[in-house]
Every structure is written in C-alpha cells, then in structure tokens.
Design a binder for this molecule. Structure first.
Ligand SMILES: Cc1ncc(C[n+]2csc(CCOP(=O)(O)OP(=O)(O)O)c2C)c(N)n1
Ligand SMILES: [Mg+2]
Length: 399
C-alpha cells in the first residue's frame, strides 16, 4: 500500500531516548557494522579523508594567492562526517548540502580536477566555473549541490526523497528509465540552519508523508561566530526538534569514523526499508574559521587544540596501524596498514590534488557566448537573447 498519504505516524521506532547516547559504546565482543567491512574499505576511508584534508589545505593556499574568488568555506576537521555518512549510502542515493561542500563532492567521487577548476571559475569545473566553491554539483554522482542560502537545501533534499518514493509507489519506474527502487536522500545542514523556516516546513512534510530523507545536522558548534547554545533552543538534545514532526531522531558522534558509520548505517537501512525520515544531530568540529576571513574571537585556541587531539584521520590511521587491534589479530598480528603504505597513500593523494591544481590553472575561462545562458534554470533574457528559453550546455567530460 502506498504510504504517500498524510499519516499520523507517531512512533519513532528505534528511537534512543538517552541524550547522552553518542554511539561510541562497544558491548563485549559483538561486532559493529564497521567491524564487518573489509580492511580495504577502511583504508579507502582513510585515503578519502586525507584527500579532503589535502585538497582543503591546497585550496586555502590558492585562495591566498587570489586564484579563487568569492566565498570559500573549508571542511578541515569534519572529514569523517562526509566520508562516513556517504559510505552508508548506495551510489544512486541523492544528496544535497550547504556551502561547505568540497568534502561531500570529493567523498561522492568528484575528481580533484573538476572540484578545483570549479573554484578557479574555469570551464573544466563541475559547473563550468559558474558556481564556484559553494555550488559543487555532480549529477552522475547524485550530488544536487552545494547551496549558499542557509537551510534552503533542506526542502530540496526532501523533494529528492519524495521523487524517489513517488517513482516507486506511484509511477512504478524511475524517470531516468531505470527500475524504481527504495532510496534514501541525505539533506546535510549546518547547526546554523536549525531555526530556518524552510527546514521546519520540510520536516513537517517529511513526517506527514513519511518521506525517506535524513536531515543531517553537521553540528560543529558554531554558526559563523555564534555558539549553538546561544542561538538554538534544546541544543543539548536536538532530537526534540524531530519529535514534533514524528520523525526519528538520533545523536551521533562524528569524530571516529568507525563509530559514526556503525551508528549511521543501520539508520540509513531503516529509513530505506521503512521509507521513512530521520533527523541526526551529528557532532563534529571545524578547525579553521567559518570562511577564509574569520578572526575567530568567539572560541579559544585551547578548544580547537582539544578537538585536534581527537583528529579523525590520525585516529583511523593509528587504529589501522595498531598491531593489537582485532583486525591485526585476525591477520596473524599484522596491522592493516604499515607506516610505509600510509606514506604511499599520502603521496598518491598529494599527486592527485596537485593534478587538480594544475588542471584548474590550465583550464580555460568559460566562453561567455557559450556559457552565459546555457544550463541556466530559466533564461531571464529570453526576449533579448537569441538563445531562447532554456539552453543545454555541452556535457562536462569530467563528470
Ligand atoms: C538565509 C541566510 N541567512 C544568512 C546567511 C549568511 N550566513 C552564511 S553562513 C552562515 C552561518 C551558518 O552556520 P552553520 O549552518 O552552522 O554552518 P557552518 O558554517 O558551521 O558549516 C550565515 C548566517 C545565509 N547565507 N543565508
Ligand atoms: Mg555550524
């Protein structure tokens, strides 16, 4: 029976009412979802997190050299969040995020070339340089942007999930010609978006129609310079926000990627199976300022250092290099990763990011005669431009 009708779903199955719950507990010898994954998957996570870190460090340099213009928000510190949540998805589950979006794009599989050239405003960028840092878009990887208006992406994520459910329950086939299937959409938002009307309208509809979207609050504690406790009610237990809409809510610690995945994957599976929404307060931290211009008067250096001491990349690297870990024991005492292989991964990543920079430098600027009016939602100059209502641009070969 179709569930695309207003429902009174009041239960929140699997809801954990303990506000202290942070997903890091490991009971006895029982295996967590992350423990069941092959070693190679964890090594890939390490590589992907390191890729984001390196990419962002090189982005900061390029910005300081004025090669990148406009706003630019870096993801350093939050890498485990994008990599760990995306790892829990199918490749064709749609996602949408805010302006701090380079990490999601790379974790989803966008090349460093397409991502860096976008920031350089070049033709080879994922949006042919029209979007820049805040508007990474990659249709083949089901990334529907990078959005600059705080909270504005949350109804879009809800719509993407609604569309998938509509294909499944009403049309019986996918609009792109493939089979309809049970999907889950992720709508990432910052803690600063929690009080935007758009989010609450979207959550109301998601609860009402049981739409399979997960609202992921990337809770890094600050909205620009405003600490979450100063701007948002119930900051100590944001799941209360979801209760009003009959939506399942969770709190997940986002610093240890294995814990994160182990908590998040069952939630995704539940949302997919039940075709129902969820809301996650996912705790994370950004090491750098809000954007490239932020004197950071609102927090202490000690606070930043405390989080750096729990760094997700260092943590996973040492877990994988630990000769005493369960994985190493299962492998005759040989750690999953040697120092040498970690160095090789770092070198490979540095080379990939260097190639991205080189590509961005050499990519031509977009040709206004081809690009000004193509791939624009609605041509605002239809009477003035010979190009007509809607013009499809050439496909970007990098995507
Ligand atoms: C509707 C709207 N209001 C204000 C802004 C200006 N603004 C840009 S980012 C930001 C802070 C958002 O913080 P948060 O959602 O916590 O995301 P974070 O930067 O921490 O990733 C604000 C207020 C905006 N872009 N859109
Ligand atoms: Mg924030």
């Amino acid at each position: 029976m179709s569930t695309l009708t207003a429902s009174n779903r009041s239960g929140t199955p699997g809801h954990d009412s303990n506000p202290q719950h942070n997903g890091s507990s490991r009971s006895g010898s029982s295996k967590r979802p992350a423990d069941l994954l092959p070693d190679a998957t964890l090594v890939k996570w390490l590589r992907d997190m390191y890729l984001i870190r390196e990419f962002e460090n090189r982005t900061a340099q390029a910005y300081q050299q004025a090669k990148i213009g406009g706003f630019c928000h870096l993801y350093i510190g939050q890498e485990a969040l994008a990599v760990g949540t995306i790892a829990a998805l199918e490749p064709d589950d749609p996602i949408v995020t805010a302006y701090r979006d380079h990490g999601h794009a790379l974790a989803r599989g966008m090349s460093a070339e397409a991502c860096m050239a976008e920031m350089f405003g070049k033709e080879g960028g994922c949006a042919k340089g029209k979007g820049g840092s805040m508007h990474m878009f990659d249709r083949p990887h089901w990334l529907f942007g990078g959005h600059g208006i705080v909270g504005a992406q949350t109804p879009l994520g809800t719509g993407l999930a609604f569309a998938a459910k509509y294909e499944l329950e009403v049309l019986g086939e996918a609009l792109d010609g493939g089979p309809a299937k049970k999907k889950v959409a992720l709508a990432y938002l910052g803690d600063g978006a929690l009080n935007q009307g758009a989010l609450h309208e979207a959550m109301n509809l998601a609860g009402l129609y049981s739409i399979p979207v997960i609202y992921i609050v990337e809770n890094n504690g600050y909205s620009m310079g405003t600490a979450i406790e100063r701007g948002t009610t119930m900051a100590h237990d944001l799941r209360k926000k979801a209760v009003a809409y009959g939506i399942r809510g969770e709190i997940i610690d986002g610093l240890d990627i294995q814990d994160l995945y182990s908590e998040f994957k069952p939630l995704v599976d539940w949302c997919r199976e039940e075709q129902a929404p969820a809301f996650v307060d996912l705790k994370t931290y950004r090491y750098l300022g809000h954007s490239m211009s932020d004197p950071q008067k609102y927090r202490t250096k000690e606070e930043v250092e405390q989080y750096k001491a729990k760094d997700s990349i260092d943590r996973l690297a040492s877990q994988l290099m630990d000769a005493q870990s369960d994985r190493a024991k299962a492998n005759g005492g040989r750690p999953v990763l040697s120092e040498q292989s970690f160095m090789e991964i770092q070198a490979e990543v540095r080379a990939a990011v260097a190639r991205g920079l080189e590509f961005a430098e050499n990519s031509p600027a977009p040709d206004p005669s081809k690009e000004l009016y193509s791939d624009v939602f609605l041509n605002p100059m239809k009477n003035l431009s010979p190009l007509g209502e809607y013009v499809h641009g050439a496909k970007n070969p990098l995507l």
